[in-house]
Design a protein around this ligand. Structure first.
Ligand code: F6R
Length: 240
């Protein structure tokens, strides 16, 4: 794992997006694994800018997203479908048929198998972007996840519900379940780009950096096992 220490959020977003731009420039039909949440917004803004300047072309790029809340409409401004369209897909020259996000409608286990089938068809991704949850979750793989997990319906923990309540008017509105890509598919990427910014990430980052131990109760620790993982952190997240 390569730890890349950044000055601040802008620097982190620039360094992480530079790596992605490089990969897309070298491979027109790159496959990107994408995350939502507040951390990747700066990276997506930079990708939009590079696309506007004509430096990168998304016309042959395919994307696959990590997760989605269950029980909210795609059109809801809190859905990850809405987030991706608003922050990236509506602003770049991507063919939306080449973008994939798990469905928010289904609690049906068969739908998880369908998403796994899609992931199998897509095969190894070139990049997987990941944020870190305050409890160390990766995508929505909460504590007590395992390395061989595939797409699952997850009961969100109280800590995740609390952390995500900042996006909703009241905590009651935060969905209690999500569908998430499993760790084994997250790992099926040539490069992992993990980004952590700001004081809210301090505790999780400290815990991660304090030990080399791989701990299923702290899923982010699994990233140490990936052969080509970049962890971008800013000073605010690092300072103790
Ligand atoms: C989002 C996702 C989550 C977030 C994590 C950090 O697709 O999979 O694991 O990456 O909750 O979220 P932010 O960036 O909002 O702190």
């Amino acid at each position: 794992m390569k730890l890349i220490s950044c000055e601040n959020y802008d620097d982190l977003s620039k360094k992480a997006s530079d790596l992605i731009v490089e990969i897309i420039k070298n491979k027109k039909d790159a496959v990107l694994g994408l995350a939502t949440g507040s951390t990747p917004i700066g990276v997506y803004q930079n990708l939009v800018r590079e696309n506007e300047k004509g430096n990168i072309d998304f016309s042959n790029v395919r994307t696959v997203n990590l997760d989605e809340y269950i029980g909210i409409e795609k059109e809801n401004t809190q859905s990850y479908h809405y987030f991706m369209n608003f922050n990236l897909f509506d602003r770049i020259n991507i063919d939306k048929n080449n973008t994939h996000i798990p469905s928010a409608d289904s609690k049906d286990i068969n739908y998880c198998k369908e998403y796994d089938k899609l992931l199998d068809e897509i095969g190894m991704r070139d990049i997987q972007i990941l944020g870190i949850g305050p409890n160390g979750h990766l995508a929505f793989n909460e504590p007590a996840s395992s390395l061989n997990m595939r797409t699952s319906i997850i009961d969100l923990t109280e800590e995740t519900i609390n952390a995500n309540s900042r996006f909703f008017e009241t905590k009651d509105e935060v969905p209690k379940h999500a569908i998430s890509m499993g760790i084994s598919d997250i790992f099926n990427s040539k490069v992992l780009i993990v980004i952590a910014s700001g004081k809210n990430k301090k505790r999780a980052l400290r815990k991660f950096l304090d030990t080399d131990k791989i701990d299923p109760q702290f899923p982010v620790s699994f990233i140490r096992l990936h052969p080509n993982c970049y962890l971008f952190v800013d000073k605010e997240a690092l300072e103790s």
